[in-house]
Design a protein around this ligand. Structure first.
Ligand code: NAD
Length: 400
């Protein structure tokens, strides 16, 4: 038992602790949005979510559980509490997810460990065989700064850099809250290859090979992986940068997997291009937090903004739910970023982007909103939580 009063420990784009009650409230409010009357339990889908504890993966797990009654197996890599150190936010989110799934009698299995490793893959396979039989949908939502390659043992570290030419842009320094010009030097060939090794599609290919070889994908099963494209403003650092090349590799693999699935099980594999949201992963990308602060202000004013849970409810109700054939663009991508890239939104973002500087960013961007959303991710500044009260940090998850 460890009762503590917990305040945020934030350094730049990193928060090193989390508040269990705040995380529970976050999960609860996502459930409230996702909850639907589920008509029949006859065709309950079995779903594997890889990267299931925060951001888009957690939102997918919640939308599928409370929207469709899905049985889920979630894989994530989170820090449990230890002594006077709190657990990570994904750890507390997952504890809350299990508590509420149990209350509502949903089947949920969680595995905490490195999804890139053969050992965790095998553990997942064993659990699917024991409890689920076959999987109807795989959601691939990993965002990681490193990957120890399971075959070579090489420790690949991803970088967020432009490719070819230096990237010149504006950014907000999250440590001192100054808007400054930055120049980011281009990545070396080795850095590009490392980023593709971490955030590209090889790992998903390994998962699919294993699932197919063990006959664990149900007839007509779907696979969906998440990506981002974004506007011109973030192009050099994102789409045309190292991460963009990794996402291009992911897309290529998705298309190869699609051919394989069609042939073997009449299944399909899709890339869903999601909108920019405040997350642990996006906070680490230069330029992006300032872009999101401007974007949110504009999308909020137009009543168009969506958080991960809104996006995932829409993804599964309009594109990838039971018996749906998703509408895709000319590149066979699902476009959940349609509202972010609407011409009026892009035009207004561009206008503000051209004007924003250190003196006016509080008017031209919702930076206070960004900071609050970032703190909310870790369970801080959530309404109705009394942060003066000590809370139990030694929360447990029924992990297998
Ligand atoms: P996130 O940081 O909130 O979540 C990452 C998840 O991956 C967590 O569950 C974490 O535990 C898990 N994870 C990381 N390393 C792992 C490992 N080695 N083994 C097992 N689990 C591991 O990220 P996010 O922002 O929700 O991004 C998820 C996906 O969505 C990514 O592919 C990202 O590119 C994509 N996406 C994000 C945004 C955005 O704005 N955040 C926009 C569009 C698409």
């Amino acid at each position: 038992m460890s009762l503590q009063v917990i305040g945020p420990k934030i350094r730049g784009f990193i928060c090193t602790n989390a508040h269990p009650t705040g995380c529970l409230k976050n999960v609860q409010s996502q459930i409230d949005l996702a909850k639907k009357d589920i008509e029949s339990t006859e065709n309950t889908p079995n779903i594997l979510v890889i990267g299931a504890s925060t951001g888009y993966g957690l939102a997918s797990r919640i939308a599928l559980t409370w929207g469709y009654g899905a049985n889920t197996i979630g894989v994530f890599f989170e820090r449990p509490p230890s002594g006077n150190k709190t657990g990570s936010t994904g750890y507390y989110n997952s504890a809350a997810f299990h508590q509420m799934a149990a209350q509502d009698k949903f089947t949920a299995i969680s595995i905490n460990g490195d999804a890139f490793s053969d050992q965790i893959k095998q553990k997942t396979i064993d659990q699917i065989q024991e409890h689920f039989g076959q999987i109807d949908l795989v959601v691939y939502s990993l965002a990681s700064p490193r990957r120890i390659h399971p075959k070579t043992g090489v420790d690949h570290r991803s970088v967020l850099k432009p490719v070819g030419d230096p990237c010149i842009g504006k950014t907000i320094d999250l440590t001192n809250e100054n808007v400054t010009d930055i120049t980011i030097d281009p990545a070396t060939n080795e850095e590009i290859a490392d980023t593709i090794a971490v955030m590209g599609g090889e790992d998903l290919s390994f998962w699919v090979e294993l699932l197919l070889s063990e006959d664990l994908l149900a007839p007509r099963a779907n696979i969906v992986a998440y990506s981002y494209i974004g506007p011109q403003i973030t192009d050099q650092i994102y789409s045309s940068g190292t991460i963009g090349l990794a996402k291009a590799d992911l897309e290529q693999r998705i298309n190869a997997i699609d051919t394989r699935l069609l042939d073997q099980i009449n299944g399909r594999a899709y890339l869903s291009v999601n909108k920019a949201v405040v997350s642990q992963a996006s906070a680490a990308i230069p330029i992006v937090p300032l872009y999101i602060s401007i974007l949110y202000q504009i999308m909020d004013a137009k009543n168009l903004n969506e958080e991960p849970i809104d996006q995932m409810i829409r993804l599964f109700s309009e594109y990838l739910g039971p018996d749906l054939v998703p509408m895709v663009d000319e590149n066979r991508r699902i476009r959940m970023d349609d509202r972010e890239l609407r011409s009026d939104v892009v035009a207004e973002v561009n206008e503000k982007w051209s004007l924003v500087n250190n003196d006016n960013f509080h008017e031209l961007a919702d930076f206070e909103g960004y900071k609050k959303s970032f703190r909310n991710l870790f369970g801080f500044e959530i309404d109705d939580v009394d942060y003066g009260q000590p809370v139990e940090t030694e929360v447990t998850i029924p992990l297998v």
